[in-house]
Design a protein around this ligand. Structure first.
Ligand SMILES: *[C@@H]1O[C@H](CO)[C@@H](O)[C@H](O)[C@H]1NC(C)=O
Ligand SMILES: *[C@@H]1O[C@H](CO)[C@@H](O)[C@H](O)[C@H]1NC(C)=O
Ligand SMILES: *[C@@H]1O[C@H](CO)[C@@H](O)[C@H](O)[C@H]1NC(C)=O
Ligand SMILES: *[C@@H]1O[C@H](CO)[C@@H](O)[C@H](O)[C@H]1NC(C)=O
Ligand SMILES: *[C@@H]1O[C@H](CO)[C@@H](O)[C@H](O)[C@H]1NC(C)=O
Ligand SMILES: *[C@@H]1O[C@H](CO)[C@@H](O)[C@H](O)[C@H]1NC(C)=O
Ligand SMILES: *[C@@H]1O[C@H](CO)[C@@H](O)[C@H](O)[C@H]1NC(C)=O
Ligand SMILES: *[C@@H]1O[C@H](CO)[C@@H](O)[C@H](O)[C@H]1NC(C)=O
Ligand SMILES: *[C@@H]1O[C@H](CO)[C@@H](O)[C@H](O)[C@H]1NC(C)=O
Ligand SMILES: [Cu+2]
Length: 687
């Protein structure tokens, strides 16, 4: 099995070592399992492969190591590396950078090698926003003023040699050879003396929302000047701007941000198919036309507050052809408190307030959009985080059962945390299951580690979830709740199962146009082939339980089973040409082939033309009907096809191990050449 092991720096676990002699038997075991005609059900012990060769327990957590810094922000990039950012603080590892040797606040983490390298980010990224552009470059916006020990604001570099991140823009072109570094403006200690040129925003933004637009550029929304528990009129930045800048490059005022004070930080925003932006903050909801600045009111958010610091888990439900790609947003948990205090603190005992347990959905562009209640969670949660699994379900983990996000030093905090009672149990949400049965935790086990404010989870190409961070403190501390730098992984039920082989994925996808074919290998069982689907998960930046630019789509597909060759083919549509890139924005995305609910290893593809600007849209070519080509009469003329409902009269119906095997994760050529460009760019910037 050419799969890399998630083993820690000290080598495979004892259990894994004990399993090693079984490795040689795996191909045999796999074929035995596959030849077994009895269907294997999700969660059912997958025969002898259950714990897999590396000791991973399906549906469980595993502590695998440490990344030196606390993962306030993380993203899996198209190079296969995970980039991690923290705020300026006294982390245990250091980096020698442009402004001296100081604690590191950024690392590149290699999930295959389970190792990291520190990177130099010199401005304070404390509660920045970010996303990936349509051309594959990642951008991080804003942050806070420089701090010295104990998180105390300073005007100079202080003890940590850090600089002001309030207006900063940082860019990264990911690489697979450890050659890349963050591209940063030459930020001075005072923003007025700034020499960073266009790598600066029009104003200070702490907690800015970022969304990717249909041309692959970004809109950067709101934030405040210097941080606090919540926003105030005095330090609000109630504007938005674009990156790269559009028009005259000036910030545009947005009244909604003033109207939703003080709970308007990281205002929840998604691009809608019409091109309007759905926005939700405090209890208000609007659709914004960011081009002409007109807004339409949508219903008030019921039950609880969802934005920071209530910090509900939020997501756009996976986009599927079965409901014509209807866009639906989900909000789970948060806090029903109505007391928000000020930028200093909540001003009352917020840790005594149970977190909210409700979930609500809205389809903002359906006729007469309304919030409707969805299945409630098993428990109240603030800071639960949704992670899309390629099988179409959504994992939720982390967070607290009491209080909210945020920290401060007063009599109402636990340590410094405004949240307490960590929730250790994950749960899985199935949006397509009937109401009443959407939440599931059968077979799941709890993590041993709290993941509170400033912790992050991201999906890896093998469908495991990388979990790190947690730090409700002003600076690095070992006091409760401590600053966490350790790493866990969580494994889905199919983690150790043989995987479909995604062998001939295209390197790029268009909006409409000709379909493409994927080899399913020698599977001829129509029942199996008919479950095959192709999904994409867009590259996304994760922080504060928000996935920026995060969405998932299933492409339309049909199949042909050819009993003559013994092979099956999946015919797959490009992204929908209508509505086009407003439904799924251009940029890098991970593609998975999912058969019987079991995903292949993810492979990165470029959605769109790889450049910023208007994307070409066409209508989607019609797909061939589902087809089973029967064994042809060798003596008659060649055309032995049957229709969509046809079934073969003869032929093998066993799956072969060749069709369901675990391939190495191949790096698309496009990524390699991107990295070459990156090296050039980086050296140009460093000169
Ligand atoms: C719940 O999850 C378990 C484990 O994956 C699975 O066996 C079971 O079928 C799921 N139940 C429902 C109702 O989806
Ligand atoms: C993507 O676009 C940004 C903004 O124009 C630019 O700075 C960056 O170099 C581009 N990246 C690539 C890989 O071309
Ligand atoms: C947004 O406003 C612009 C300028 O008035 C207009 O052309 C566009 O159609 C509007 N978009 C939507 C989705 O209404
Ligand atoms: C705040 O509430 C928690 C939980 O009920 C309680 O343990 C704590 O004593 C309270 N703190 C103060 C200062 O009232
Ligand atoms: C999700 O629900 C749908 C509809 O009930 C079901 O077909 C599917 O198997 C479920 N997925 C999982 C992973 O349980
Ligand atoms: C059938 O699929 C196998 C595995 O994907 C491939 O090697 C073989 O060439 C295919 N045969 C035909 C006739 O397409
Ligand atoms: C996508 O890739 C194919 C094959 O590499 C190439 O021919 C095509 O021009 C690309 N399309 C776009 C829009 O970049
Ligand atoms: C197959 O070919 C033979 C010889 O031409 C013919 O007699 C027979 O009817 C054919 N069978 C079918 C199912 O077409
Ligand atoms: C999976 O696909 C890759 C790429 O085509 C191929 O090299 C490999 O042999 C395949 N694995 C199996 C077991 O078929
Ligand atoms: Cu924060």
């Amino acid at each position: 099995m050419p799969r890399s092991t998630p083993s820690g720096p000290s080598g495979p676990s004892a259990l894994a070592a004990a399993m090693l002699p079984l490795l040689a038997l795996l191909p045999l075991l796999a074929s035995l399992a596959l030849a077994n005609p009895a269907p294997r059900h999700p969660g059912e012990p997958a025969d002898l492969l259950e714990r897999g060769p590396y000791g991973a327990t399906a549906l469980g957590f595993e502590a695998i190591g440490d990344m030196g810094i606390s993962a306030q922000m993380m993203f899996l990039s198209q190079s296969g590396k995970v980039y991690v950012l923290d705020k300026t603080e006294n982390n245990p590892v250091t980096v020698s950078g442009k402004y001296g040797t100081h604690p590191a606040w950024a690392v590149e983490y290699d999930p295959d090698a389970n190792s990291y390298r520190t990177m130099d980010v010199y401005s304070n990224t404390f509660c920045a926003g970010g996303a990936v552009l349509g051309n594959g470059t990642w951008v991080v916006f804003g942050g806070n003023q420089p701090v010295t020990t104990n998180g105390v604001a300073t005007t100079g570099a202080g003890a940590y040699d850090d600089m002001d991140g309030g207006t900063a823009i940082r860019m990264l072109n990911p690489c697979s050879d450890k050659s890349c570094s963050w591209i940063q403006g030459t930020t001075s200690y005072s923003t007025t003396g700034d020499t960073g040129g266009w790598l600066q925003m029009t104003g200070r933004r702490w907690y800015p929302m970022v969304e990717v637009l249909e041309d692959g550029s970004m809109i950067v929304i709101g934030g405040d000047q210097n941080g606090g528990y919540v926003n105030t009129a005095a330090q609000d930045n109630p504007t938005y701007e674009y990156f790269p800048p559009k028009g005259d490059g000036q910030a545009i005022n947005l009244q909604f941000l003033s109207d939703t004070l003080p709970v308007n930080l990281y205002a929840l925003t998604w691009l809608m198919p019409s091109g309007l932006l759905f926005m939700q903050a405090n209890k208000q909801t609007i659709l914004l036309n960011h081009t002409d600045q007109t807004t339409t009111n949508l219903p008030t958010m019921p039950i609880a507050t969802r934005v920071y610091p209530a910090s509900a888990a939020t997501a756009m439900l996976p986009l599927i052809p079965d409901n014509d790609y209807k866009v639906t947003l989900l909000f789970c948990g948060g806090s029903a408190t109505t007391q928000w205090g000020n930028d200093g603190s909540p001003g009352y005992n917020v840790t005594a307030v149970p977190a909210d347990n409700s979930c609500v959905r809205i389809s903002p562009e359906a006729s007469n959009p309304q919030y409707t209640t969805d299945d409630y969670m098993f428990e109240g949660r603030s800071m639960g985080q949704f992670v899309y699994l390629p099988d179409g379900t959504m994992w939720m983990g982390g967070g607290v059962g009491m209080g909210t996000a945020g920290y401060g030093n007063d009599k109402y905090s636990v340590g410094q945390s405004y949240g307490q009672a960590p929730v250790y149990m994950p749960a899985v949400y199935n949006f397509s299951a009937p109401a009443g049965s959407r939440w599931n935790r059968t077979g799941l086990s709890a993590s041993a580690n709290e993941r509170m404010y400033h912790s992050t989870n991201v999906l890896l190409p093998d469908s495991s979830i990388l979990i790190s961070g947690s730090n409700p403190n002003a600076d690095f501390t070992s006091a409760q709740w401590r600053t966490r730098t350790d790493i866990e992984r969580w494994y889905p039920w199919y983690y150790n199962n043989p995987r479909p082989n995604l062998t001939n994925a295209p390197s790029n996808l268009t909006y409409g146009g000709a379909s493409f074919d994927l080899d399913l290998g020698s599977i001829t069982d129509q029942g199996v082939v008919s479950t095959a689907k192709v999904v994409l998960i867009r590259g996304s930046f994760h922080t504060h339980v928000i996935g920026f630019g995060y969405r998932m789509i299933q492409l339309q597909s049909t199949y042909t089973i050819d009993m003559n060759t013994g092979n099956a083919t999946l015919h797959v549509s490009q992204l929908p040409g209508n509505p086009g890139p407003t439904l799924f924005q251009p940029g890098p995305a991970m593609m998975f082939l999912v058969v019987e609910g079991v995903p292949s290893m993810g492979q990165w593809v470029m959605v769109g033309n790889g450049q910023l600007g208007t994307q070409t849209t066409q209508s989607n070519a019609a797909l061939p009907s589902n087809q089973v080509k029967a064994i042809q009469n060798t003596t008659s003329s060649p055309s032995g096809s049957t229709g969509a409902s046809g079934s073969s009269a003869s032929g093998s119906t066993t799956k072969s191990a060749a069709g369901l095997s675990v391939p190495p994760v191949a790096l698309p050529a496009a990524v390699l050449s991107l990295c070459t460009i990156v090296v050039g760019l980086v050296s140009a910037v460093l000169v």
